[in-house]
Design a protein around this ligand. Structure first.
Ligand code: GN1
Ligand code: MG
Length: 373
């Protein structure tokens, strides 16, 4: 925990215009800690403690974010849009506060590393923007699909290599390697009670690896992707139009399909990600259709044939990966995700597995929708 005085001192390291008056926690993120900084003049910024256990290369990550947002900014400007609202803006360090020590680190003007070794970064708060924790209507799902589709399209000609901010983030071959290590280690002594759950993972290993091998051999191309496309990572304006995509920490090179699949995992769930009542959890085909149509309205002409062919499968792939990640964290003794109960990761595992089953059952219809969109 940080005292208000400490937070104030941290925020002061950045080029925030005006006099900082108030710093308050914001949002329920699982990974980073987020605060809103208000100034006496009415300005607002977002201050975040970046989780350097999850993101071991915060400097590289911040540089990714700046490169990607500057690329989009140029496009927005060229199209006569508002570059301060239609893309995220990173607030850089106050040059006078960058010490000799700070300067020994790469991209020292993009973040602050405090005495405890924690990393902080700031971005502009976009006034009047609205976020949704859940997509409640197909119309909103369509907009969300458009938002991610547009984000990918804006980055289609971005060719500078990006740092890999989390190794093998959506790479199931790598996840299986971690999985095997977790099972062998059995850090929390929980493996013995998880025979059934473990079989859910093992029985799908081959089909998941088969998909990933298409990415590895280039059949499915890699592009700049967001990698965490839930609706709460999109800002909307008061009219309900997409402003921009936020939470760019996981922005790196991957397949466009994963962005689609992760969105389907979160948008279409009729229950909660951690629902204890499994009867509430299923995939809404109506929401699937709406998201897919919104996404393809921006991407249809630019995705290649293999991407379109595997688009529906990507929802199963990412949901499977999420089952694996939640279960693996449970096996590891809850080291990665914040939890609110000793069995929280197991509850999440069951709920995501139920969602996966629902996708598997509706797979033929999902493919048909993509083909017709
Ligand atoms: C994490 O913290 P948040 O909500 O942005 C995770 C995602 C998971 C998600 C599950 C960097 O995202 O991959 O899908 O939780 N982000 C990271 O709710 O691991
Ligand atoms: Mg995230």
């Amino acid at each position: 925990m940080y005292t208000p005085e400490e937070l104030y001192a941290i925020a002061s390291k950045f080029q925030i215009d005006g006099t900082i008056e108030e710093i308050k926690p914001l949002g329920p993120g699982f990974i980073n800690d987020t605060f809103i900084v208000k100034t006496a003049e009415g300005g607002k910024s977002i201050l975040q403690r970046k989780n350097h256990i999850v993101f071991p290369d915060v400097p590289g990550m911040m540089n990714n974010i700046v490169m990607v947002t500057e690329h989009i900014k140029a496009k927005v400007e060229a199209e006569g849009g508002d570059p301060m609202r239609e893309v995220l803006t990173v607030v850089k360090r106050n040059p006078g506060t960058i010490s000799e020590d700070d300067r020994t680190m790469p991209y020292a003007d993009l973040y602050y590393k405090d005495e405890r070794g924690n990393f902080w970064a700031v971005c502009v708060f976009i006034e009047g923007s609205i976020t949704y924790e859940k997509a409640d209507t197909p119309a909103l799902a369509y907009k969300g699909g458009q938002g991610i589709g547009k984000f990918q399209a804006q980055l289609a000609d971005f060719t500078t290599p990006l740092s890999e901010t989390i190794k093998g983030f959506h790479n199931i071959r790598w996840r299986f390697q971690q999985w095997e290590e977790a099972i062998a280690k059995d850090a929390a002594g929980r493996v013995k009670d998880l025979t059934e759950e473990i079989s859910w993972i093992e029985s799908r290993k081959d089909e998941m690896l088969k998909f990933w091998s298409l990415v590895e051999d280039g059949t499915i191309p890699t592009r700049v992707t967001h990698n965490d496309t839930k609706i709460s990572n999109i800002l909307f304006d008061a009219q309900g139009e997409v402003l921009c995509v936020i939470d760019l920490d996981t922005c790196m090179s991957s397949t466009s399909l994963n962005d689609f699949g992760d969105a389907i995992r979160s948008y279409t769930n009729t229950g909660a990600e951690d629902d204890r009542d499994l009867s509430k959890v299923s995939m809404s085909l109506e929401m699937f259709k709406a998201y897919a149509e919104g996404y393809l309205s921006e991407r249809k002409g630019t995705l290649c044939e293999s991407e379109l062919e595997w688009l529906a499968f990507s929802a199963r792939y990412i949901t499977f990966e999420q089952v694996l990640r939640f279960l693996m964290d449970y096996i590891d003794g809850d080291k990665y995700y914040k939890t609110n109960a000793p069995d929280h990761n197991l509850v999440r595992t069951h709920a995501q597995y139920k969602l996966l089953l629902s996708m598997e059952e509706q797979y033929e219809q999902m493919k048909k929708i993509i083909a017709e969109a």
